[in-house]
Write a protein that binds this ligand. Structure first.
Ligand code: FES
Length: 159
């Protein structure tokens, strides 16, 4: 066996190194194609810095985000879910953003029963021209999730 394939007793393996690393929150973000997704793109093209903790899923409207889309990442160990939608009056499908905001409030009210903090799920109005707001939102959410600590449900999957 080579040193590359087998850690020596003095040298911890990859799993131990990963376990010892500081927790980095994982955010799953469902972003409306017409506003927040474009805002995130603007943040990138404007080279606005924000934490690399977010994984983006583009949707055609925040109103298309079913409550199960929010719960599933949390049940599978993500630390938080962000939904970004058009500002009031700007939804291309009239009221999808209002429906999304209501759904988030309902999901937040159930999270405690799963042993999760409601602060793990955010809804934000962010337009296509608000790249800086997107970056600030991801930064603040990452800090909030780091303060809350790892999703306790993640342990169920890694135990
Ligand atoms: S089209 Fe953007 S939230 Fe509905």
């Amino acid at each position: 066996m080579s040193a590359l394939t087998s850690p020596s007793p003095e040298q911890p393996g990859i799993a131990a190194a990963v376990a010892a690393a500081p927790h980095e929150p994982l955010i799953i973000a469902f972003l409306c194609n017409w506003c927040t997704y474009t805002g995130a793109d603007l943040a990138g093209t404007s080279r606005i810095q924000y934490p690399p903790n977010v994984r983006v899923v583009r949707v055609m409207c925040s109103g298309a985000v079913d409550p199960l889309y929010i719960l599933r990442p949390l049940l599978e160990g993500a630390d938080g879910v962000l939904i970004g939608g058009c500002h009031s009056g700007d939804c291309h499908y009239v009221s999808g953003n209002y429906k999304a905001r209501r759904r988030v409030a309902v999901v937040q009210s159930y999270l405690a029963q799963l042993g999760l903090e409601p602060e793990r799920v955010w809804f934000r109005f962010i337009s296509a021209s608000e790249g800086r707001l997107f970056a600030e939102t991801v930064t603040t959410m990452t800090e909030t999730l780091a303060r809350l600590g790892p999703n306790p449900l993640a342990r169920e999957w890694t135990a």
